[in-house]
Ligand binder design. Structure first.
Ligand code: GAR
Length: 208
């Protein structure tokens, strides 16, 4: 990914609203996420609002309905689509489906996810509500590589925000989401730059 001439081709996987997809697309268009292009958007549900957004943005989109299908079989179709579109980096943007080990092994250190908490705190669904109900004073979002364990792979970056006494779970979720929209593009920019490397679990800037 350090070949500066070639753009990093993203395959963005969605299940719903698609606001992180919009933020990434807008940053690419605005020139604040250089060296990156969206090759394909894939949804696992036909009703995802993000599909309409995909069309409005003029991006290619495909649907592979996952409901009722064996996980490995569905994932194989998605993987084949990503390969057809020469995707370099698989970006999970509100993709509410666990991935099969076969899929994860097919894209080693090439799948990233955004999670609305400071991992390893509050993995799984409804992380914002989990954090709010627990009573933490600081929470945020995490962009991380995906491995075989839930919300567990090496962290690319995190952004923290305070939990205010005046917050409810919805206002907190909205502030986290605002931060997500910046954090995801920053994390992708780090990968595209080729300036970062793994040191064990740590993903750090290469020494000059
Ligand atoms: C985002 O808040 C994202 O962090 C979360 O789903 C939302 C998707 O919103 N993902 C997870 O909870 C994954 N564990 P979006 O469709 O508007 O981008």
């Amino acid at each position: 990914m350090s070949d500066k001439a070639k753009k990093l081709r993203l395959g963005i996987l969605i299940s719903g609203r698609g606001s992180n997809l919009i933020a990434i697309a807008n940053n690419i268009r605005a020139g604040t996420l250089p060296g990156v292009e969206i090759a394909i958007v894939i949804s696992n549900t036909a009703s995802a609002c993000g599909l309409a957004v995909t069309r409005e943005l003029g991006l290619p989109g495909e649907v592979f309905v996952s409901k009722g299908r064996p996980r490995a079989e569905h994932d194989a179709d998605v993987a084949a689509c990503l390969r057809r579109h020469n995707v370099d980096l698989v970006v999970l943007a509100g993709y509410m489906r666990l991935l099969s080990p076969e899929f994860i092994h097919a894209f080693p250190n090439r799948i990233v996810n955004i999670h609305p908490s400071l991992l390893p705190a509050f993995p799984g669904i409804d992380a914002q509500h989990q954090a709010f109900d627990y009573g933490v004073k600081v929470t945020g979002c995490t962009v991380h590589f995906v491995d075989e364990h839930l919300d567990h792979g090496p962290i690319i970056l995190q952004r923290a925000i305070p939990v205010l006494d005046t917050d409810d779970a919805d206002s907190l979720s909205a502030r986290i989401l605002k931060e997500e929209h910046k954090a995801y593009s920053e994390a992708i920019a780090r990968i595209a730059s080729g300036d970062y490397e793994f040191q064990g679990r740590r993903y750090v800037r290469r020494k000059a």
